[in-house]
Design a protein around this ligand. Structure first.
Ligand code: TRP
Ligand code: SF4
Length: 404
């Protein structure tokens, strides 16, 4: 993993909320599987986050954590490439959360869109808690601790990454001041070497004098792609671009996952709360049975009635699973009543049964040997902790707190 360039780390997390379904796979996991081969990836189970809404009965947590990790492995997340861990095994998340809480204006948290929305949606639970209000802050700590370049998330989480960026900026601004910063930054520029020295200076000037954002981005890339400089110099150079502070906590970017609409069996979005899901590790017979009875275009009552794929959730599944040729066959056959709905579903059933069978195969070893999961999480936790400790050391030093 040491070959992955600095600054090209990826971090994401998921709550342990029960068995994952195909919507989760196409909405997040499939993307993780791809990213793990391109970046140094950290994926964690956000068990403390689960407590922000489900604090009354926590007895199911150990099982839920175990199962969600097996689902990741089933989906192809590879623990010898990516680092997998459980949030609560890395107490540094809690310490950074505490320190960040000191500099977080309440308004920033109250304005996060999910705060009021979720409180209303989950009215049966009392969510007027301190933990629930602070949930985006916990997420910021999760992220900033690993100094990732990218955070793959769905649309609903982009606001949280935005808060994280604001917090990083605020933190750097408050605590990133060094007495001899300018001299150190100038010395660091020389470490860039060759033409990058002039390039960095030119780009910095273009940003500072003309506000040229693209110059800022290019300058950052010059710094981040340089493998020769130390982490401290890298932070100085990044901070020097925008002002004169050390970037202790770099601002991460949200990596918006392109998510196809995965319909559930009733045509609504696939979601655990609607009870319309196909699970990642569902029994193939059950997958086939569910798909056979899945909702189709309601206007197509008899086999001889032509249908409209645009009004049919099965068509949405074809968009996710089928190739061009099959889709053309569906489209033409449906509109002319040339094919029946069961004919139409047949290639889908084959594809999804095959996909789910692959996941079950990959999961089997871990289901039979639960200690494999325990061990890989322990190993991942150790690795994550090393990164987390290094960040917290810098944070403590910057805040003049005792180092450990
Ligand atoms: N809040 C995310 C969710 O509910 C989970 C999460 C927690 C997360 N911490 C994170 C995602 C850090 C990305 C990065 O889905
Ligand atoms: Fe839907 Fe296919 Fe039936 Fe058309 S033929 S209504 S696309 S299931």
């Amino acid at each position: 993993m040491s070959t992955v360039p600095q600054g090209q780390r990826v971090l994401s997390g998921m709550r342990p909320t029960g068995a994952l379904h195909l919507g989760n796979y196409h909405g997040a996991l499939r993307n993780w599987v791809e990213l793990q081969y391109q970046y140094e990836c950290y994926f964690f189970v956000a068990d403390w986050h689960a407590l922000t809404t489900d604090y009354e009965d926590t007895s199911g947590l150990p099982q839920a954590i175990h199962e969600v990790v097996i689902d990741w492995l089933a989906a192809g997340v590879n623990p010898s490439v990516a680092t997998l861990f459980v949030q609560s095994a890395v107490p540094e998340h809690a310490e950074l959360h505490l320190l960040l809480s000191m500099i977080t204006p309440l308004g920033w948290l109250e304005r996060v869109p999910s705060y009021k929305d979720q409180q209303e949606q989950l009215r049966q639970k009392d969510l007027a808690t301190y933990g629930f209000l602070g949930y985006p802050l916990l997420q910021s700590a999760d992220i900033l601790l690993y100094r990732p370049a990218f955070v793959p998330v769905g649309e609903d989480q982009v606001a949280h990454v935005e808060v994280t960026r604001e917090l990083a900026r605020r933190f750097n601004h408050l605590y990133g001041r060094e007495p001899d910063f300018e001299q150190k930054a100038e010395a660091a520029i020389k470490q860039l070497g060759g033409r990058n020295i002039t390039l960095y200076r030119q780009l910095r000037r273009r940003f500072q004098e003309a506000g040229d954002q693209s110059a800022l981005e290019r300058a950052r890339a010059v710094v981040e792609s340089n493998a020769r400089i130390t982490v401290a110099d890298r932070d100085r150079l990044l901070g020097y671009l925008e002002g004169s502070y050390v970037t202790i906590l770099p601002e991460p970017q949200a990596l918006l996952t392109a998510t196809p609409r995965v319909p559930g069996l009733d045509g609504r979005k696939m979601s655990k709360s609607y009870g319309n899901t196909i699970l990642l590790r569902e029994d193939p017979d059950s997958v086939a049975a569910k798909l056979r009875t899945m909702q189709t275009d309601p206007a197509r009552v008899r086999r001889s009635d032509p249908g409209d794929p645009d009004k049919c959730p099965v068509w949405d599944l074809h968009k996710v699973y089928s190739n061009e040729a099959t889709r053309e066959w569906v489209n033409a056959g449906c509109r002319t009543a040339g094919i029946g709905c069961l004919d139409c579903k047949k290639p889908l059933i084959d594809r999804i049964v095959e996909e789910v069978s692959g996941m079950r195969r990959r999961a089997q070893e871990f289901q039979e040997n639960p200690e494999l999961v325990t061990n890989l999480l322990a190993e991942g936790g150790e690795k994550a902790r090393e990164v987390a400790r290094a960040t917290l050391d810098d944070v403590r030093r910057a805040m003049h707190l005792r180092s450990q």
